[in-house]
Design a protein around this ligand. Structure first.
Ligand SMILES: Cc1cc2nc3c(=O)[nH]c(=O)nc-3n(C[C@H](O)[C@H](O)[C@H](O)COP(=O)(O)OP(=O)(O)OC[C@H]3O[C@@H](n4cnc5c(N)ncnc54)[C@H](O)[C@@H]3O)c2cc1C
Length: 291
């Protein structure tokens, strides 16, 4: 289908984009990689009267280590996937995510920030951002605010970005060298959204005790969900098969998937536990611990 008519604004700076967003309010939408918005417009599921294209804004096209890993709003998935630092084990969660989002063609255009703003229930970056305790920088007429990812992801396809605002960047805290993670995704074929997926990030202290745990599921609710019970069960414990089993059980309980062509509710709940088990074992193995 052909999209409904819309006004197209090609913003050359964040200020220009924000001026257009503030002028047109709820009528306007940001166009980033266009990999979700354009198909939605073609199916007339989205009918913005005004499209504010942020792609020309070169100074938002960056991936920087500056006290955090900061990814600007126009940086493509492919830039993260091809980064050299991503091969370090402490970035293993983001490394694995960057290779399984959609397919290589989509990743050439799609942006990490756009994916967070889209907040698809089966999104991959959203689960990884939750497990990593990322935060999103949102800019509007009143200036900038930093929103923890748990507050940013409000509901399916809904975020904390208000009319007249845009997300400028996402920040991932720098993991130390006793940190490792894993992204476990079951998909029917390359390029498909997750049937179920689990993002895991673990940090150990000097004694080998779990200091911090991040566990999130995709395709397990209205949007990616943190498995807070599993995290609480792990923190302060020595890694063990029992602790992994308890965390996996908590993930199965927390998972609230929808039945669809990819599988039944029971199957997806079971997968959530299996994928958290694999993610925890993989993360621990990267830290030199076998359970
Ligand atoms: C064939 C196909 C397969 C896919 N498979 C997967 C998959 O397996 N896993 C997965 O996670 N994703 C998948 N995707 C989605 C894709 O990877 C992108 O994450 C997604 O399209 C959003 O990124 P984008 O830059 O294209 O955003 P756009 O499509 O441009 O925008 C998406 C939404 O976010 C808003 N937005 C974007 N940037 C901003 C901003 N800076 N500030 C405020 N609002 C903003 C837009 O207004 C729009 O509402 C797939 C897409 C396709 C086409």
């Amino acid at each position: 289908m052909i999209p409904a008519a819309f006004e197209y604004i090609r913003a050359q700076s964040a200020d220009e984009a924000l001026a257009a967003l503030q002028k047109h309010g709820s009528e306007a939408r940001v166009l980033a990689g266009g990999q979700s918005l354009v198909p939605a417009m073609r199916f007339r599921l989205a009918r913005p009267a005004v499209l504010v294209d942020i792609n020309p804004i070169r100074d938002l096209d960056y991936v920087r280590m500056n006290g955090a890993l900061t990814i600007g709003a126009t940086a493509r998935d492919i830039t993260v996937e091809r980064a050299t630092w991503i091969h370090d084990a402490r970035w293993s969660l983001l490394h694995e995510v960057s290779r399984v989002v959609a397919d290589p063609v989509v990743r050439q255009m799609a942006t990490v920030v756009g994916s967070l703003c889209h907040n698809d229930p089966a999104g991959d970056w959203t689960a990884a951002a939750l497990a990593s305790r990322a935060e999103v920088v949102v800019r509007g007429a009143a200036g900038e605010r930093t929103v923890p990812i748990d507050e940013f992801l409000v509901d399916s396809f809904t975020t904390a970005v208000a009319d007249g605002e845009m997300a400028i960047a996402v920040r991932f805290p720098l993991p130390d060298d006793r940190t490792a993670g894993s992204y476990q995704k079951v998909e029917r074929k390359v390029g498909d959204f997750a049937t179920a997926a689990a993002a895991v990030q673990l940090a150990l202290d000097a004694n080998g005790t779990i200091r911090q745990a991040g566990i999130a599921l995709s395709a397990a609710g209205p949007c990616a969900v943190r498995v807070a019970d599993a995290e609480a069960l792990l923190v302060g414990q020595k890694p063990s098969a029992e602790a992994v089993r308890a965390a996996a059980d908590a993930a199965t309980r927390r998972s609230e998937p929808q039945a669809d062509l990819r599988g039944s509710v029971e199957y997806k709940k079971h997968l959530a536990g299996v994928l958290v088990t694999r993610g925890l074992r993989q993360s621990l193995s990267r830290l030199g611990v076998q359970v």
